[in-house]
Design a protein around this ligand. Structure first.
Ligand SMILES: Cc1cc2nc3c(=O)[nH]c(=O)nc-3n(C[C@H](O)[C@H](O)[C@H](O)COP(=O)(O)OP(=O)(O)OC[C@H]3O[C@@H](n4cnc5c(N)ncnc54)[C@H](O)[C@@H]3O)c2cc1C
Length: 416
């Protein structure tokens, strides 16, 4: 079914009886050419691009739970390409360009909203760092503007400019950044992949890999053995557990990150804003809720729920930046499991096992990467060559001393 304004009109006239399911619910076949493990944003995008761009006809996505139940449906929905380093910026700018055409590509309303992202700075040193980052973005073809204090005040007059512990000195603005409705991204990719013949199999957890003579033959699952010529793993916070079943130890730790939504308020923030003197980022959903977050909880866990100390910490960040947030009531909080890499940058690579590929290490920034991650992983799976924008995302970069230490804060997830 093709979605369009005309279709909505027609369905309204006929009592909405004509809508069909967005994807099938097939049983697993005995074997596929390519199996993608993990039905999050990255796994589904990989399957979509495998079918659409690389004409792969025999592809399955195996998801242990349900589509959208992982981080793709738990994040704070921010998309941007405001990175500094050579290894990262071309990749994230490629992702930004894919976001810009995504809804047309998927024929699905993912509510991609380029409402702008403003990173505030509070010291002269931070201004220098943001100037450098903005220049790097411009060099790689992205957009960036440096705003002074008065320009920020004109945008957000309610911020605490005059009596603040950390006075706002300006901000780095990327107007093409913004938000997208996170679970609609998963649904859109799932629908697009299914339409092109990909089997999306939910409630099918991968429990092991059948590997003989260094080559993968298939996967053991909660619904039996399924053969495959190639297997791509994209399981985000479960990366270390799943890859351990293939005998691999990854430079990744799993940590909890929480998100927060306030009660619905009248429009107050029309973009995305990040505090530069603490870890706090905020936007406002179309329903009016302030959507915000902060630091990871700081301990290793596979449980998708958070703890009170970080809620307090995030609330402090919000109060320091925009004191009136103290009047808003918190409606919901939840947690997701982040696959934190040791330099803050991801992996899209082959493994030591022939036919087994890995995608992970997205830390708390993998939502914005979803389109490019899917495209580049599909490229690697289909052609056995890395995509031009993802050549740095190798698993052996720590051994080679070629870290992509995006924030330059050292190899500790709690310092990212
Ligand atoms: C609170 C929070 C806020 C965030 N905010 C942002 C943000 O604003 N911007 C941004 O860019 N990023 C953000 N992120 C990060 C981003 O959401 C993740 O990096 C990204 O979604 C991870 O990729 P994914 O969508 O494929 O993960 P997931 O949706 O977690 O997909 C992985 C899937 O693998 C499945 N799986 C696991 N084990 C198995 C198995 N054995 N067999 C089969 N399936 C398995 C899981 O059930 C899951 O569905 C945030 C994350 C959280 C938790």
């Amino acid at each position: 079914m093709k979605f369009s304004g005309w279709r909505v009109f027609r369905e309204a006239l006929t009592g909405h009886q004509g809508w069909t399911a967005n994807w099938r619910n097939p049983d697993p076949k005995p074997a596929y050419d390519i199996i993608v493990v993990g039905g999050g944003g990255h796994g589904l995008a990989t399957a979509f691009y495998l079918a659409k761009e690389f004409k792969q006809a025999s592809v399955a996505v195996l998801e242990k739970g349900w589509i959208g139940g992982g981080n793709v449906g738990r994040n704070t929905t921010i998309i941007r390409s405001n990175y500094l380093l050579d290894g990262n910026e071309p990749f994230y700018e490629f992702s930004m360009k894919l976001w810009e055409g995504l809804e047309q590509d998927l024929n699905y309303n993912a509510m991609v909203s380029q409402r702008g992202i403003l990173n505030l700075f509070h010291t002269d040193a931070q201004r220098d760092a943001y100037t450098r980052r903005g220049n790097a973005m411009l060099l790689f073809g992205a957009d960036a503007e440096l705003l002074d204090r008065e320009q920020v005040r004109a945008m957000y007059p309610f911020l605490n400019f005059d009596h603040a512990r950390f006075p706002i000195k300006g901000g780095l603005l990327q107007r093409r950044g913004g938000t997208a409705r996170h679970d609609a991204v998963a649904w859109g990719y799932a629908r697009g992949a299914d339409m092109r013949g990909v089997d999306i199999i939910q409630n099918c957890g991968v429990t092991g890999f059948r590997i003989e003579n260094g080559k993968v033959l298939g996967v053991e699952t909660t619904r039996g053995y399924i053969g495959a010529k190639k297997v791509g793993v994209a399981v985000a916070g479960n990366s270390s557990r799943v890859m351990a079943a293939a005998g691999m130890r990854l430079p990744i730790e799993s940590h909890v990150l929480q998100a927060f939504v306030s009660e619905g308020l009248k429009p107050v923030i029309d973009g995305v804003m990040t505090f530069g003197a603490g870890h706090f980022y905020v936007s406002q959903s179309d329903k009016g809720g302030l959507v915000f977050g902060g630091d990871i909880d700081g301990y290793n866990s596979y449980a998708q729920r958070g703890n009170l100390p970080v809620i307090e910490d995030v609330a402090e960040g919000g109060m320091a930046l925009m004191p009136m947030i103290g009047r808003a009531r918190l409606l919901r909080t939840w947690g997701g499991i982040m696959d934190m890499s040791m330099d803050g940058s991801p992996f899209i690579d082959r493994t030591g096992v022939e036919g087994l590929y890995f995608n992970g290490g997205w830390c708390y920034g993998g939502f914005k990467a979803t389109p490019a991650s899917g495209f580049c992983f599909a490229h690697l799976l289909a052609t056995d060559r890395p995509h031009d924008t993802a050549t740095a995302y190798r698993l052996d970069r720590f051994r080679r001393g070629a870290m992509i230490d995006e924030k330059g804060q050292g190899a500790q997830p709690n310092l990212h």
